[in-house]
Design a protein around this ligand. Structure first.
Ligand code: FAD
Length: 333
């Protein structure tokens, strides 16, 4: 009895807790590793302990080999099955659950991307644990920082769940270095779960400009542009002069000035470029939620009291129809 009591009391001591082991879910498409998803490895490094990567889809051997070279990666778990190629959460979630159970992981991390956001809640439900979303910083193995109220408040949460499942804000965790590792590759468990959803097609906006979510410079336009014609006439040339991606406010998207894949904000993309230059955007909290972590914010607005100027590092009060072409011409020179 005494021995049993000793074991029980010891089991509450931190040094007898399970050692941290992270499963970082890696996104891939048609055999190409999505480098932004390597932020999950960076987050795993902050936790400490071992880091395994997980990749599933059609002909993923090459992706697994690429992932094996990532700095800090110890092992890559690979499931080669066409059924997982599109990342449909209905069959990907049970696949992941089997592999999490098999590996006995303490932490499971995925990017706060469309894929991660639809996948992880299902995994959490199947494992009966609580998911944490949009983690911006890791304080310790069980304490995480995340935004609430559209980024207006920052929440520090401690999880007592046996497995910590969380999505990470990719702008807060840069991708782990692609070289330097020599992980082993192991076949994962494939439960071959039925998928009630069928992938039919996708219609992607094509652009030669940098990808909005990962661009180092972004030029965004808002309702102040007045029409799609003016948006197209003024914003893309300024973006091209800077080598920047194009973004837009929701009002600009809803008014049909820009495609909704360009929306920045609470219900659009989160960006944190070196430079975020915007014109004709008032700076509503829902817009700020998606760009206020940008290193330098520059704004052009005719209203000196526009809230965007409260977060801007550089502000220009003036008529964008005059200032934007002037700036574009100067940059071209
Ligand atoms: P406005 O607020 O109308 O601002 C236009 C600005 O242009 C004004 O400041 C004006 O002074 C300036 N302007 C006008 N003419 C000129 C000129 N000639 N020269 C210079 N400046 C000029 N919004 C987002 O952007 N992203 C989101 O993800 C998002 N999600 C939302 C989610 C929810 C649940 C809700 C309720 C709202 C959301 N919104 C979002 C909408 C948000 O509240 C604002 O309505 C929106 O951001 C406003 O866009 P805007 O700044 O382009 O337009």
């Amino acid at each position: 009895n005494t021995a049993l009591r000793a074991v029980r009391s010891h089991s509450r001591l931190p040094f007898l807790q399970r050692l941290a082991s992270t499963l970082a879910i890696l996104e891939q498409k048609e055999g190409a590793l999505n480098s932004a998803s390597l932020g999950a490895v960076t987050a795993g490094q902050k936790i400490g302990g071992s880091i395994h990567g997980f990749v599933a889809g059609k002909n993923v051997k090459g992706v697994a080999e690429q992932a094996a070279k990532v700095n800090g990666m110890e092992k890559v778990i690979m499931v080669d099955n066409e059924a997982y190629e599109r990342g449909l959460p209905e069959n990907y979630a049970p696949l992941l659950v089997e592999n999490i159970k098999k590996g006995g992981y303490t932490h499971v991390i995925v990017g706060h991307s469309a894929f991660g956001k639809s996948l992880l809640p299902r995994v959490a439900a199947l494992l009966d644990v609580q998911q944490l979303s949009d983690v911006m910083s890791i304080e310790s193995e069980d304490t995480f920082v995340r935004p609430i109220y559209a980024g207006n408040a920052i929440h520090t949460v401690q999880s007592t769940d046996s497995i910590k499942l969380f999505t990470i804000r990719q702008t807060s965790f840069p991708p782990a270095e692609a070289e330097g590792g020599s992980a082993s590759i192991e076949e994962g468990t494939d439960p071959k779960a039925e998928c009630p959803t069928q992938w039919v097609s996708e219609n992607l906006a094509k652009s030669d400009r940098p990808e909005l979510a990962t661009a180092s410079k972004v030029v965004s336009g808002g309702r102040g542009l007045k029409s799609k014609e003016e948006f197209d006439r003024l914003i893309p040339p300024l973006a091209d002069a800077l080598g920047a991606a194009v973004g837009a406010s929701r009002a600009a998207v809803d008014s049909g000035f820009a495609d909704n894949s360009l929306q920045v904000g609470q219900t659009g993309k989160n960006v944190a470029p070196q430079l975020y230059l915007c014109a004709g955007i008032s700076g509503a909290i829902q817009h700020l939620a998606g760009m206020k972590d940008s290193k330098v914010i520059a704004a052009i607005n005719k209203d000196a009291d526009a809230p965007i100027f409260q977060v801007a590092d550089v502000g220009l009060v003036g008529d964008l129809f005059e200032k934007v072409p002037e700036l574009t011409e100067k940059l071209k020179k």
